[in-house]
Design a protein around this ligand. Structure first.
Ligand code: PEP
Length: 244
């Protein structure tokens, strides 16, 4: 269960968040728990969770380790800050910051080389779903992006299926829609990396996951977890999702 804080919370709010959140998930052993705050909060977050099972991630990384790239943060910097995970290719990054499947691949490789686990996001826009092109879009995002990994690299990533029309809109995909998309992604993975990889790759669903819909989504065998935006910002709400 991963929480994407997006551009929310400062350092003191980060510390206060974990003071409330950690006791609420201290008994939760059934899943990995990841929180992805803004870059500047990473040291505070890593420090706050150090004696818990909760792991910290970044929300993006650039592929060179260092250089004249104003405003960017590398995967090796995330690693040094104590991040274990990084979200890559979030639809907001694709929509507002020009990320493409090709740059998603480069960021993913950089994260893997740095020893940070990537959560790679894919998902269709509303008009793509309405014109019946969902599976085609997912296959293209896969083919042009993470299909370029080696089998060993691929075995270390987590995919997040995040239909763009469901992100931050309150419109959750039905469990059946999520399961269909996850099946399409698993088929694409099987075609490239073989059936074992297609069965074992972890695929999170993301898009308006809330405490009251997480159970039905998680009841789908194809859904391995959730990437949560808005509902992870309150410790109680993210804890109810983790403890579904
Ligand atoms: C997200 O940002 O990854 C997300 C799924 O957001 P929300 O849960 O708010 O739809």
């Amino acid at each position: 269960m991963a929480g994407n804080w997006k551009m929310h919370k400062n350092i003191s709010e980060t510390t206060a968040y974990f003071e409330k959140f950690l006791p609420l998930v201290s008994e939760s052993k059934h899943c990995q728990i990841v929180a992805c705050p803004p870059f500047v909060n990473l040291p505070a977050a890593v420090d706050a969770v150090k004696s818990s099972r909760v792991e910290i991630g970044g929300q993006n990384c650039f592929w060179p380790n260092e250089g004249a790239y104003t405003g960017e943060v590398s995967a090796t910097m995330l690693k040094a800050a104590g991040a274990k995970w990084v979200i890559i290719g979030h639809s907001e990054r694709r929509q507002y910051f020009g990320e493409t499947d090709e740059t998603v691949l480069k960021r993913t490789v950089a994260a893997l080389e740095a020893g940070v686990n990537p959560i790679v996001c894919v998902g269709e826009r509303l008009e793509e779903r309405e014109s019946g092109r969902t599976n085609e879009v997912l296959e293209t995002q896969f083919r042009n992006g993470i299909a370029g990994l080696s089998p060993e690299q691929f075995s270390r990533i987590v995919i997040a299926y995040e239909p763009v029309w469901a992100i931050g809109t309150g419109k959750t995909a039905t469990p059946e829609i999520a399961a269909d998309a996850h099946r399409a992604l698993r088929d694409a993975v099987r075609g490239k990396f073989g059936s074992e990889a297609g069965n074992s790759v972890r695929i999170l669903y993301g898009g308006s996951v809330k405490p009251d819909n997480v159970k039905s989504l998680m009841a789908q065998p194809e859904v391995d977890g959730a990437l949560v935006g808005g509902a992870c910002l309150q410790p109680e709400s993210f804890a109810s999702i983790v403890n579904f």
